[in-house]
Design a protein around this ligand. Structure first.
Ligand code: FA5
Length: 342
């Protein structure tokens, strides 16, 4: 039996040297260590030998078994390492020290305009705040006076997460946070990405940017709101643009307005961007509802304020004459490189 063990060991090593894939190694494992494998059969054969011999042979067979197990896992590891090396060798090699050639990167036009707006508002004493994209139902709706089952929720088809949180549908979701953080008086803008389950068209995307602003102080009125909106638009467009203010309903402002801009794609004649109306909804706004101030920890008897929710992506479309909002989200470098700043 001793010779049998030695010849099995030799045979195993020869076969292992030829096993070049993990499947071949697995076959070998079954052939030697499986239920009917050669080593297992040897162990079974021990029952037919005497007690003294059994002890000695048992030790030899167990040594062989251990050796086979170790060699098999060594072979698996060697095959894996060789595969990894092959992948590395075949991957494209980059020399990171080479100077940049070809296309230069540039800021996205939305980032360019957002930064411009941040500078404009900062120069008028506004803080610039950042806020989460995943928010709670309370932040997005209840804290801005849209209780559960309020019909206003239907206007914002919302992506809910399994844990009950949601992708923010509007930057107003940060109003409560800002009021709680700074109290009154406060002037703040907070740009951010918003998400809605929209049917997309030339002026609607499922992912778009807004820039919210609030100003809360003693004696703030609609005149202040109009002043800041006018200043912002004339700074961004660097020319006179026609706007109109009409009543608009949002549960978190009272009174509320829709600020529309004369469509700069068609000059007001009507096109697919403005849905053939000549006007583009750009910046709803209004005087902050007392309930919103209260929930933000601000006394509405003492303070008033305005809020606006600028459609930043649409503003970019108007500023640069982009007819279709989808071009801005496409990641199409040919389209986006046109906005590269010198
Ligand atoms: C709101 O989101 C309110 N939170 C705005 C607000 C803030 C009102 C503060 C009053 C006070 P609305 O759903 O209308 O309102 O969106 C505001 C702006 O975001 C729109 O005028 C439009 O310019 C832009 N917008 C809305 N939905 C989309 C969309 N799917 N794609 C691109 N832009 C959009």
């Amino acid at each position: 039996m001793k010779e049998k063990i030695d010849s099995l060991r030799q045979g195993f090593e020869q076969e292992l040297a030829k096993a070049a894939s993990s499947e071949a190694v697995e076959k070998l494992r079954v052939a030697y260590l499986g239920r009917k494998g050669s080593v297992t059969e040897l162990l079974k054969g021990l029952k037919d030998v005497g007690a003294q011999e059994k002890k000695e042979l048992g030790q030899h067979i167990n040594q062989l078994k251990k050796q086979v197990e170790e060699r098999l896992s060594q072979q698996v590891e060697a095959i894996r390492a060789a595969e990894e090396q092959r992948e590395i060798d075949s991957a494209q090699q980059y020399d990171v020290t080479l100077p940049v050639g070809g296309a230069l990167g540039s800021y996205h036009p939305i980032t360019v305009v957002q930064r411009q707006l941040e500078e404009i508002f900062a120069s008028m004493g506004f803080i610039v705040e950042d806020y989460n994209e995943i928010v709670t139902d309370y932040q997005c709706f209840e804290a801005v006076n849209i209780p559960k089952d309020h019909p206003a929720r239907d206007m914002q088809d919302t992506y809910y997460l399994e844990n009950g949180q949601l992708l923010k549908t509007h930057t107003s979701a940060a109003q409560n946070f800002i009021l709680q953080k700074y109290g009154a008086p406060v002037r703040a803008i907070f740009p951010g990405r918003c998400f809605r389950n929209e049917a997309t068209d030339a002026s609607h995307e499922t992912t778009f940017f807004q820039m919210e602003g609030i100003m809360v102080d003693k004696n703030i009125s609609i005149s202040n709101l109009i002043y800041f909106m006018k200043t912002m638009l004339s700074e961004v467009f660097e020319r006179d643009v026609k706007v109109r203010l009409r009543p608009g309903f949002f549960p978190f402002v009272e009174p509320g307005f829709e600020l529309d801009i004369n469509c700069l794609i068609c000059g007001g004649e009507g096109c697919s961007t403005c849905h053939h109306s000549g006007w583009v909804e750009l910046c709803p706004c209004g005087m902050i509802h007392p309930n919103v101030l209260k929930m933000g920890g601000v006394d509405p008897e003492e303070y008033t304020g305005f809020a606006f929710g600028l459609g930043l992506t649409r503003l970019v479309m108007m500023k640069y004459g982009v007819k279709d909002i989808r071009d801005l989200n496409s990641g199409n470098l040919k389209a986006l490189s046109q906005f590269r700043q010198a």
